[in-house]
Design a protein around this ligand. Structure first.
Ligand SMILES: *[C@@H]1O[C@H](CO)[C@@H](O)[C@H](O)[C@H]1NC(C)=O
Ligand SMILES: *[C@@H]1O[C@H](CO)[C@@H](O)[C@H](O)[C@H]1NC(C)=O
Length: 360
């Protein structure tokens, strides 16, 4: 081989770096697409992760792999089928505090951009949460009305009865920090193009004392904080029935070159994803490596085909390769992250961890 000049050597290094750089980009976009993302998210003003999502995440993460596979497509917390949980922040316009003569204390438009829900997903649960920042005022009763907007309405123009559909009417006291409403039907309708015009939330003080100023009646509601919509949906292709486990003789001694599972920890910081993946920070993914020699031992979990292939390989090594050492059993993990619209998403992904390897 001719000697390589310093310049050539440097060029080769740059070339390798460029090629592997574009390969990494390809791999990354493949993985992001699998997550349902158009590009690497870059959360600007991410909403805090609600405690219910942390709770579900921790529940699933603490299950052993066998149980996790079974629970993959069922959300225990809400008792519904599903493998994707999303939290949509409200994007409606700011709170209007109506004029003093109006009986209303609060008149707010709510809007949730549901475009992140894929067309093939089936929504099985949708819950609106309206949160108040404190619950100091216990005595006062309020009346709440939640409408679905049916027509585009202009600001300041009185709403006509046909422009809205009453969904909920409820009295409440500010005893609790938040109120929740089932919105499954509305969300299902919103998924048709042009149907999502949002909600109108009105809150009035019930039976105002005649001598009290309107501004006083509504005082407690000035703490209106924020509204969010939590949805659970099911992507049916991702829910396979758990596979039966085959009983195999226990491993005794495995020479290091033989096909087996190897330890691989993937740290999301190493791939620069720590700003959009909330949890986990990394995980034990593992991989398979090693030879599948003749005669194929039972512990290598080979198929009949692999057993015959090793036999043929031992007779004609140049014509037929050895079987490959590949994952034969994988388990899912859950990931909590921000998507391209800063929504918080909790999603379960199958086949993320190699549990067992075999010769195939
Ligand atoms: C909803 O979000 C998508 C993707 O982020 C965006 O393209 C679209 O314009 C948004 N729609 C509205 C009405 O804000
Ligand atoms: C074959 O399967 C058994 C249990 O099913 C497992 O313990 C073993 O590690 C597997 N073999 C390899 C090569 O991973």
């Amino acid at each position: 081989m001719p000697p390589v000049s310093a310049k050539q050597g440097w060029l080769a290094i740059v070339l390798v770096a460029v090629v592997s750089g574009s390969l990494i980009k390809q791999q990354e976009s493949l993985f992001l697409r699998m997550l349902g993302l158009s590009s690497r998210p870059n959360p600007v003003s991410p909403a805090p992760v609600p405690s219910v999502l942390w709770k579900i995440y921790k529940q699933v993460a603490s299950l052993p792999p066998e149980k996790r596979r079974m629970d993959l497509c069922h959300v225990e917390e809400f008792q519904v089928p599903g493998n994707i949980i999303r939290l949509f922040p409200d994007q409606g316009r700011a709170v209007d505090h109506p004029e003093l003569r109006s009986p209303l204390c609060l008149d707010k438009r709510l809007y949730f951009n549901l475009s992140a829900i894929g067309a093939e997903e089936q929504v099985t649960f949708a819950q609106l949460e309206v949160r108040f920042s404190h619950n100091s005022y216990h005595g006062r009763v309020f009346e709440l009305r939640l409408y679905r907007a049916l027509r585009v309405s202009l600001r300041g123009v009185p709403a006509s009865p046909e422009s809205r559909q009453l969904l909920v009417e409820r009295s409440f006291r500010l005893l609790h920090r938040s109120l929740t409403f089932d919105l499954l039907e509305a969300v299902r309708e919103w998924r048709s193009p042009g149907r999502n015009l949002g909600l109108i939330l009105e809150i009035a003080a019930a039976d105002p004392a005649p001598l009290q100023l309107p501004s006083d009646r509504c005082l407690a509601l000035r703490s209106f904080l924020y509204a969010s919509l939590l949805t659970v949906s099911l992507q049916p292709g991702q829910c396979r029935a758990p596979r039966r486990r085959r009983d195999v003789a226990p491993l005794l001694v495995t020479p290091s070159s033989i096909c087996r599972r190897r330890r691989l920890y993937i740290d999301f910081r190493d791939v620069g994803w720590q700003n959009w993946i909330i949890a986990p920070q990394g995980y034990l993914a593992n991989y398979c490596q090693g030879e599948c020699p003749y005669p194929l031992a039972e512990m290598l979990n080979g198929t009949n085909h692999a057993i015959l292939q090793t036999l043929v390989h031992s007779l004609e090594p140049n014509k037929t390769p050895q079987p490959c050492c590949v994952p034969i059993r994988l388990s899912p993990i859950s990931m909590l992250y921000y998507d391209n619209s800063d929504n918080v998403v909790l999603r379960h992904y199958e086949d993320m961890v190699v549990d067992e390897c075999g010769c195939r």
